[in-house]
Design a protein around this ligand. Structure first.
Ligand SMILES: *Cc1c(COP(=O)(O)O)cnc(C)c1O
Length: 471
């Protein structure tokens, strides 16, 4: 709004007559790009809101700025960008948190985007058997890809992992009890508690052991004719330390086998590559969990798999069949676009190209020296705009509730803003495109690990504009 002179004056009710009509505003060139981006009804609503606020000020004789069309249009655009910033345009993630849940978790790979582009806007053989010319089974090929990648007898994909857990419990527990360790009754995300989701299945959760200690014996003691299955939940987003123990998958599998109960493992992440190969701690892989004796595992498509939002269920054929035949599957089925993106992501793993092709692994693989050289270039460009930037060592996070204590060494651009740091951070978030940075004490920190290299060139301009804003 800085181009508009603020003429402080006291208004008389005649100010009311100076307000333009909504139609005049909407027809003006000032709002045409806002209409292109947000649609006419949303801009109309914002215009009503802004005019009402101005009328309110006029009525109260508040000193208000000029009533030029340009100025009012700017107010409307500001209102829109505060309400809706971000959704319809890419956000630059400079937080260094790779799987940032608020920013859409895993970005899709180029092959996945190409496949979406080629198939998404055309008809596809989703439910037709082309060799027979008859109706086919939806996602049969995807199931095959998933089972081969997971080393599982069979697999299927649904809308997300929470839905996958629900289907597993409803289809396998048969209205009986599910045994779960007290240490695994946890909250995963904002307001998302594992036990509350599981209870939606109608299955009764039978809590086993204590928060920090649960033994194989504790499970055995709880098995009765009412028990339907044993469920293990991966502690994805926190680490328990000290006097802590719980049985391994192998031990649980032995107990489940004795009681002829299915052992279900909610892995959360579901890595198909060993994180230890990338200098991270080892996170259980899908293959090793199945090998260790889990009958069914489920995990997210957009965490350490690096694909679209989805919930993947893999394991023994007899159990997967029960889920395929369950009516709930129709309610939580994966949509066709996610199915295309997931199949392409899985193909990257089968072709042994995942570490190269998927943005998740590309970002994990980035060395702090590569990040440093990009950071120095940006710091140089900022210097020419008289913005001081220093380069310092720091850490990035995998995020998404994965490997909570695991830090990746990185290089940060450290900026000391001219005004309150949270105001500057907000300015950056409301830029176009929005830039989400880290705020620490009085500094704005930029971690280029999660910035796509083709976005680097945008940063100096966005930062300089935020620095120049006066508010
Ligand atoms: C993330 C997570 C979920 C939820 O997965 P969504 O794909 O977000 O539905 C469930 N269980 C565990 C252990 C998780 O980490």
């Amino acid at each position: 709004m800085k181009s508009v002179p603020i003429a402080k004056k006291t208004n008389t009710p005649s100010g009311m007559r100076q307000l333009p009509a909504i139609e005049t505003l909407l027809e003006s060139t000032f709002l045409s790009s806002a209409i292109a981006r947000y649609s006419r009804p949303l801009v109309t609503e914002a215009a009503r809101h802004t005019l009402a606020a101005l009328r309110h000020d006029i009525r109260r004789n508040q000193p208000i700025p000029t009533l030029s069309m340009d100025f009012i249009a700017q107010m409307i655009i500001q209102h829109l960008s505060e309400e809706w910033a971000g959704f319809a345009q890419p956000v630059i993630n400079a937080t260094g948190i790779i799987l940032h849940t608020n920013l859409g978790r895993a970005p899709l790979s180029d092959p996945a985007l190409k496949a979406l582009n080629a198939i998404g806007g055309r008809y596809l053989s989703l439910e037709s058997n082309l060799s027979e010319g008859t109706r086919g089974v939806r996602t049969l090929e995807l199931r095959r890809l998933l089972s081969v990648a997971c080393h599982a007898e069979d697999a299927l994909a649904v809308n997300n992992n929470a839905a996958a857990m629900l289907l597993v419990l409803i289809a396998l527990a048969g209205g009986k009890e599910a045994l779960i360790s007290r240490g695994e009754l946890v909250q995963i995300g904002n307001g998302f508690r594992i036990p509350e989701i599981l209870e939606q299945s109608g299955v009764i959760l039978r809590e086993v052991g204590t928060t920090n200690q649960t033994s194989a014996r504790d499970y055995e003691k709880c098995i009765s004719e009412r028990t339907g299955l044993i469920v293990k939940v991966h502690q994805s987003n926190f680490v328990q330390k000290g006097f802590v123990s719980s049985p391994s998958i192998e031990e649980l599998a032995a107990i489940a086998g004795k009681g002829q109960l299915p052992l279900v493992y909610d892995m959360g992440n579901g890595a198909l590559l060993d994180t230890a190969h990338f200098g991270l701690e080892h996170e259980p892989t899908v293959m090793e969990s199945l090998r260790a004796g889990a009958d069914v595992v489920c995990f997210s498509g957009d965490k350490l798999l690096g694909g679209p939002q989805a919930g993947i269920i893999a394991g023994k054929r007899e159990f997967i069949r029960l889920m395929l035949n369950h009516p709930l599957l129709r309610v939580i089925r994966l949509d066709k676009l996610s199915a295309i993106a997931l199949a392409t992501t899985i193909k990257s793993y089968l072709d042994k190209n995942a570490a190269l092709e998927l943005p998740l692994w590309q970002m994990i693989r980035l060395k702090k020296e590569e990040i440093r050289s990009r950071a120095s270039t940006i710091a140089q460009q900022l210097k020419t705009q008289n913005i001081a930037a220093t380069i310092q060592d720091g850490v990035s996070l995998v995020g998404g509730g994965t490997l909570p204590e695991q830090e990746l060494p990185t290089t940060l651009i450290c900026l000391s803003p001219p005004r309150a740091v949270d105001k500057i951070a907000r300015r950056l978030r409301l830029s176009s495109p929005p830039l989400v940075a880290r705020v620490e004490k009085d500094a704005v920190l930029i971690d280029l690990r999660t910035v796509f290299p083709d976005q680097d060139a945008l940063l100096p301009g966005i930062i300089a504009a935020a620095w120049a804003q006066k508010d």
